[in-house]
Design a protein around this ligand. Structure first.
Ligand code: SF4
Length: 322
């Protein structure tokens, strides 16, 4: 990547504290992010892939400062996100938006669509008064919804239509970067394909960058330029999507590939490892977190954490044997 990245995440850390147990609850720490680094270029789509609990959704929330970090940094267009003043953060939020797996979580069920989509326009001074309605109509056109949707409520739409409304809301402030957190995983396969085509078109037409978070390798392979593979709060491999899937270097990525033999964007792929479920992030294994499931594990893997090493430009892997 020659020019400065739009988003730079460096050594990001996040630990959650819970109190569990009975009768005396015990303080428990869950290290959701354990030194995560990656970058996203302008107009680039970066896939973040991994099983449930690997920290991929936490990356988005911490990068957007919806949650504080415990270390590391997030830089957006040259500015430190976690050091920004409230005013600076407000300007940055306008340029960094989020699409959720469940679009209902970003929509108020009592608000008509004109109000749900018009609100950010009004709050940020993009459109006021009579200008709001035509601005919202243009957003609906862009995401392929009829203008009659304006006066209806979220519950009157299908899941795919609600996701289009969520995308329209994210677009309303003309962002440069969208975090899409499992945006199609709750949808039927045919609807998934339609939403992905919409995101492709928006990316092309608007020059948008995405951080595309998914457990679904078929979707990531189809949609993303580069991919970051996460396992229990750490990045274990990254690189151009075509290279990573043609020649995965980390044993975990190989398992992901084995579970996704066909590059078919219309297939939903479930990671069904014979090697067992991921260990609990509450008490992750020592050394390489992946060693209990790794066919190649050695004694060294059980005690020594493998560093994330650069193998070639843009290609990294964290494995003693790679
Ligand atoms: Fe497997 Fe060892 Fe590599 Fe971890 S470091 S992925 S346990 S070979």
């Amino acid at each position: 990547m020659s020019e400065a990245p739009l988003l730079l995440v460096q050594d990001l850390k996040k630990t959650f504290v819970a109190h569990r147990g009975w009768p005396i609850p015990k303080r428990t720490e869950v290290r959701a992010l354990d030194g995560v680094s990656f970058e996203v270029g302008r107009g680039e789509v970066l896939g973040v892939v991994g099983e449930s609990g690997c920290g991929k959704s936490t990356v988005a929330r911490v990068a957007l400062r919806l949650q504080p970090s415990d270390g590391g940094s997030v830089t957006f267009d040259g500015a430190d996100v976690h050091m920004a003043s409230r005013r600076e953060m407000r300007a940055m939020r306008r340029r960094m938006q989020m699409i959720f797996q469940d679009p209902a979580s970003s929509l108020d069920g009592r608000q008509r669509i004109i109000d749900a989509l018009g609100e950010p326009l009004r709050v940020h001074g993009i459109a006021r008064g009579a200008a709001v309605r035509p601005a919202v109509e243009r957003l609906l056109d862009e995401v392929g919804l009829p203008r009659t949707a304006l006066d209806r409520y979220p519950h009157e739409f299908s899941g795919g239509q609600r996701q289009r409304i969520g995308i329209a809301r994210a677009l309303s402030l003309s962002p440069d970067l969208i975090f899409a957190d499992e945006p199609v995983s709750a949808l039927d396969v045919s609807v998934q394909a339609q939403i992905l085509m919409l995101l492709e078109r928006l990316r092309r037409d608007r020059g948008l960058a995405f951080v595309f978070i998914s457990h679904d390798l078929g979707v990531v392979r189809h949609f993303c330029d580069r991919v970051v593979v996460m396992y229990l709060g750490r990045v274990v491999e990254s690189g151009p999507t075509a290279q990573v899937f043609a020649e995965p270097l980390h044993p975990y990525t190989r398992l992901l590939k084995e579970s996704s033999p066909e590059p078919d964007p219309t297939r939903t792929i479930t990671m069904n490892f014979q090697e067992g479920e991921p260990p609990s992030p509450v008490s992750p294994p020592t050394g390489c977190h992946f060693h209990p499931r790794c066919r190649l594990a050695t004694e060294r893997c059980r005690t020594e954490r493998p560093a994330l090493r650069d193998l070639s430009p843009g290609r990294t892997v964290s494995c003693h044997l790679a």
